[in-house]
Design a protein around this ligand. Structure first.
Ligand code: DCT
Ligand code: MG
Length: 382
């Protein structure tokens, strides 16, 4: 393959090493040994880090493995990428990777190729596509959920246009208004990537509860009706909850699947003229992706919104579970199971040794139960 060929052609002095040698004589001062914890939930992973030229490539490969239904390999690539995201410095050579966890054979080969041959830069991922992978379009994740919602295909372009923080804030206001209209006193939390400080996302995620346990029951249809009456929904599919609260705690989930009342929806978001122009120029595509005047003459776009309703007693677990990132969540569950003999879900934490559920009123309490240092949302970008 192109990868092995380029590696077989010798190992030139890394381009970035040459730059470094000019500016600083002591490599050891730039890249001090980092003691890297092996679970992502033990580490702080900021959104902006030093190694995106490597992690972008690894995540494309992860995505590709996922599309080829090789979950094991996909997770392995994601874990490697995540370790590099937590490094406080740029990876300059293979030496910098000594003693780091989760870097498997495949990932090391990829990193080696990228650090030795291509040099750094945002073009790496692009090059990767051209040389080794199929068209980027094949890899754009449409999400399985979309397949179930055939109607959503019409909005494909919109849904592949990232949702900005500004748009997320407008939607927050709408959801806030809807929920408070049908259930005063309800609490609405922005979760998902935007809670972790991301500037863009593929959707906007909300978690809804009420301090009075039980007041949240059958809340979703009321919210959906309110939104629909205002003409704000293009599509919605609500799944009913399937958890049971018993004396000892919530029923133990049979799988990792969430059992909350959840609404997968597509909002019809009015566009401001200024936003459209800003977006059109930032994409520089000549044609404004998915934003056209449609029928009514008003300008709008489709935006994916996830609404989840949780009982108050499970709210801390739901908040932790729905804040992500997905890898951070996976690692939390792995840590709980393998290191603590506990079982964590978005509903509860079960201690197998004590054979009981551990209650928590905040995310901080859950980290404490798990024997982990508290990691704030902005550092859960694993
Ligand atoms: N989540 C999870 N397991 C799932 C689905 C979701 O743990 N099967 C959690 C992790 C993130 C959160 O829910 C929201 O999911 P997404 O919206 O898919 O992720 P995101 O981090 O918000 O990413 P984006 O910014 O692209 O929306
Ligand atoms: Mg999201």
């Amino acid at each position: 393959s192109w990868l092995t060929e380029s590696m077989a052609s010798g190992t030139p002095v890394p381009i970035q090493d040459r730059h470094r040698l000019k500016t600083s004589p002591k490599p050891s001062e730039i890249t001090p040994a980092v003691r890297m914890k092996s679970y992502a939930c033990q580490r702080r992973t900021p959104l902006k880090h030093h190694n995106s030229f490597l992690t972008d490539a690894l995540e494309i490969l992860a995505q590709n493995a996922e599309f080829s239904e090789n979950e094991g390999r996909s997770v392995a690539f994601r874990r490697s990428a995540s370790v590099l995201k937590a490094l406080p410095h740029v990876v300059r050579s293979m030496d910098n990777l000594k003693d780091l966890p989760c870097l498997g054979e495949h990932s090391l080969r990829v990193i080696k190729a990228l650090t030795n041959v291509f040099g750094v830069g945002v073009r790496t991922a692009d090059r990767w596509f051209r040389e080794g992978l199929r068209s980027p379009l094949d890899l754009i994740p449409t999400g399985q959920k979309l397949n179930h919602a055939q109607q959503a295909v019409e909005y494909y372009n919109d849904l592949n246009t990232p949702v900005t923080k500004k748009e997320a804030m407008v939607i927050s206001d709408i959801v806030d208004k809807a929920v408070k209209a049908v259930l005063p006193g309800a609490i609405i939390t922005l979760s998902g990537g935007f809670r972790r400080g991301k500037e863009v996302g593929h959707d906007v995620d909300f978690l809804i509860t009420h301090p009075e346990e039980g007041a949240e029951e059958r809340l979703m249809p009321k919210i959906v009706n309110w939104l629909d009456d205002q003409g704000l929904l293009l599509y919605q599919k609500t799944t009913r909850n399937s958890y049971l609260e018993s004396k000892d705690g919530p029923a133990r989930p049979a799988s990792n699947m969430d059992r909350f009342e959840r609404c997968f929806s597509i909002f019809k978001l009015e566009q401001l003229d200024s936003d459209i122009h800003a977006k059109a120029s930032s994409y520089n595509s000549g044609k404004t992706a998915g934003m056209e005047e449609r029928h009514t003459g008003s300008i709008w776009r489709a935006v994916r919104v996830d609404l989840v309703v949780s009982p108050y007693s499970q709210f801390a677990f739901a908040t932790l579970g729905w804040t992500g990132s997905k890898l951070f969540e996976r690692e939390l569950r792995r840590w709980a199971g393998q290191e603590k003999g506990m079982s964590l879900s978005s509903h509860a934490l079960y201690d197998s040794k004590q054979q009981r559920y551990l209650r928590a009123n905040s995310e901080e309490e859950i980290f404490a139960h798990l024997g982990l240092e508290y990691i704030p949302p902005s550092e859960r970008n694993a």
